[in-house]
Design a protein around this ligand. Structure first.
Ligand code: NAD
Length: 347
């Protein structure tokens, strides 16, 4: 079991270090962790945010544990050399097409959410977002109309195989949870969404145990803050998923707690906290490493099929939080290493 550890920039190395300590504490006999350069750090050392050696390491691995990229020193570089391009490059090269973002309210954090505690405490959902298609990747441009007005345009489209592939990810995820899948679209207005809905209904025939519902995206945005406890797994396209996954994650509190996975076909996946490199607190030992530790748990579950070990890590984080372990992001005083220690103790 080979894991590429790409820590990156800013707080990336600080939070990744703690996740690596947690993985090592599991003493999995076959686990090999191999570090690689990525992001601004890679540009500074090797002249490219995703050097060929790093890409090779990623390809030869079973999964990737990713910290964060982004370095203010690199803001004026040409776009293709900026740190953030490393993620896009990895997505493309490894065929990462499904983004999974769990959002669950941990006990003791009811007051950290922007929602009322009794509404927030019911949140335990997973957003499955398609990552490679939709209006983000269609033809686009800014043109001048015959009457001289400028017009911006972007083409939205989904081919049926793209929808089918992500729908299977959604149904399979639901099978491992409460067996409820809500497909979010805008089929009352968009033809792309109509095809999306038709294909999701076709795929549902393979999963008779899963209860499938459909929701328009505007209603989904409303329901996520009105009654988020109604959702188990939500599957949606790139554009709607981009917005809804940020909204859902903020419903459960701090950015320092939120993990994510980007999966390819098969078992390969890239696992990372949803936060960035946080240059404002980098190097100070203040970052909360829990999101990265929870990303490592997702890695064990989805790429290595080690459900027991994944749950152990999640339980250790939950118990540390229930014990009152808090970083600055949650109004506490504990630093990165002390939070890592607390999780290890519970593990
Ligand atoms: P950010 O997530 O880095 O930081 C936003 C705020 O949250 C900051 O105040 C930061 O201090 C705080 N924060 C973030 N993670 C935290 C943690 N673990 N513990 C405590 N506080 C935390 O977002 P930003 O400031 O918009 O972006 C900074 C850089 O990160 C940019 O270069 C951006 O492009 C990059 N970025 C990278 C990724 C990624 O690597 N996947 C994602 C988002 C942003």
């Amino acid at each position: 079991m080979k894991i590429a550890v790409l820590a990156g920039d800013g707080i990336g190395p600080e939070v990744t270090r703690e996740a690596v300590r947690v993985l090592e504490a599991l003493r999995l006999p076959d686990l090999v962790l191999l570090e690689g350069d990525v992001g601004g750090a890679a540009y500074k050392r090797q002249g490219h945010p995703l050097p060929p050696e790093t890409l090779e390491l990623a390809r030869a691995s079973d999964a990737i544990l990713f910290g964060a990229v982004g370095d203010p020193d690199c803001d004026n570089l040409e776009r293709h050399l900026r740190p953030e391009q490393a993620i896009l490059g990895l997505r493309k090269e490894l065929g990462l097409f499904a983004n999974l973002r769990p959002a669950k309210l941990f006990k003791g954090l009811e007051n950290a959410s922007a929602l009322r505690p009794e509404v927030a405490s019911a949140i335990d959902l997973l957003i499955v977002r398609e990552l490679n298609g939709d209006v983000y990747f269609g033809e686009k441009g800014i043109r001048t109309l015959p009457d001289g007005r400028r017009q911006g345009w972007d083409m939205m489209s989904y081919a049926e195989d793209e929808v089918r592939r992500i729908a299977h990810v959604g149904f399979k995820a639901a099978m491992g949870r409460r067996r409820k899948l809500c497909s979010v679209d805008k089929a009352n207005v968009l033809e792309t969404s109509q095809l999306w809905r038709d294909v999701v209904i076709e795929v549902a025939k393979d999963y008779p145990e899963v209860e499938l519902t459909h929701m328009y995206v505007d209603n989904a945005a409303m329901q996520l803050v009105r009654n988020p406890g109604q959702f188990d797994v939500v599957v949606t396209g790139n554009l709607f998923g981009d917005i809804l996954s940020d909204q859902a994650s903020m419903c459960v509190g701090s950015i320092g707690l939120l993990a994510s996975a980007s999966l390819a076909e098969g078992d390969m996946g890239l696992y990372e906290p949803i936060h960035g490199s946080a240059p404002d607190i980098a190097g100070k030992g203040l970052a909360n490493p829990m999101a990265t530790i929870l990303s490592a748990a997702m890695l064990l579950r989805h790429s290595l099929h080690l459900e027991v070990e994944a749950s152990r890590i999640e339980t250790a984080v939950a118990r540390a939080l229930a014990d009152g372990v808090r970083g600055g992001d949650l109004g506490g005083k504990l630093g990165t290493a002390a939070i890592g220690d607390a999780v290890l103790e519970h593990l």
